[in-house]
Write a protein that binds this ligand. Sequence first.
Ligand code: UT7
Length: 322
Amino acid sequence: MIRSVFKGVGSALPSKLVTNDDLAKQVDTSDEWIRERTGISQRYIAGEGETTSSLAIKAAQAALDDAGMTIEDIDLLVLATATPDVTFPSTATIVQKGLGGAGFAAFDVAAVCSGFLYALGTVDSMIKNGLATNALVIGAETLSRIVDWEDRATCVLFGDGAGAMVLGTQEVDAEDGPGILATKLHADGEHKDLLYTDGGPSTTGTVGLLRMKGREVFRHAVVNLAQVLRDVLEESGHSAEEIDWVVPHQANFRILDATARKLGLPMDRVVVTVDQHANTSAASVPLAFDTAWKDGRIKRGDLVMLEAMGGGFTWGASLLRV
Ligand code: UT7
């Protein structure tokens, strides 16, 4: 059978490090509250000249280097973001040009924090259907540009960054061979008012700012994620005990902990970067994957569950044999 297989991963963070204490000088918050309620201790924020595309280009080049490939080997680029450089053209085409590529299909996917899972699922289908051979899947964000810096309930939660993965095509004989084994994606527009921006091109003609009812989002996140993880395990014929690593979307340590508990998974098999990066939306899963790949936790042959939940709501999970 034809599978989409993992070839390499890379990430990039902006240069400006912002600690909880730095934020406590701007809004009525404290390092203690942020750590206790979210697990976040710091985040990186894009400075002047740093954009979603500039971070994505760095992450994608790092992923190509990790895979031992060049942009010449790539014939598809899918980029997930909620903070594109401009309304159009897509950030994917800007990144394609920035990497020195041309001609192959490049487009953006909009699923907010679940964007990387949606991009991965799209690329996986395109590879399996013969529409691409080697693809770049990127999650990149500069959420700091659309955060209300006067709203302490949201501004402390987010950070900027980018992560990228190279997927290739491989004929695999054994069921348990490498590649993406199963993916599930979901959406439910019923909950659009719990996490949204209060503006956009065709409504206000502005970009809008991020608005969130955090407590409600939290509740839905744990329920939806636990269910989609069970569904992906069932579809792939694997059990929670077989998972080597869960690489979750990094929104809140308490969500990671509650989801792991529901599945009976110990936290020492969950990759946690929310403390260092905060919530980087579509970038968080590949950023966390890259962190655990580079430090040697994730290894070839490992069974890795990727999962995310975000505005829409959208949510999804994917099981990968590295
Ligand atoms: O990435 C997409 C998915 N997003 C998420 O998954 C986010 C999900 N939600 C969460 O992570 C949590 O709900 C939050 C971290 C956003 C909030 O934590 P919480 O435990 O749900 O707190 P809360 O919103 O219920 O607020 C508790 C208290 C409130 O004060 P009162 O009303 O109890 O007096 C808030 O005003 O904490 C207050 N508060 C703060 N205090 C200090 C809210 N933000 C802050 C702050 N510093 N930054």
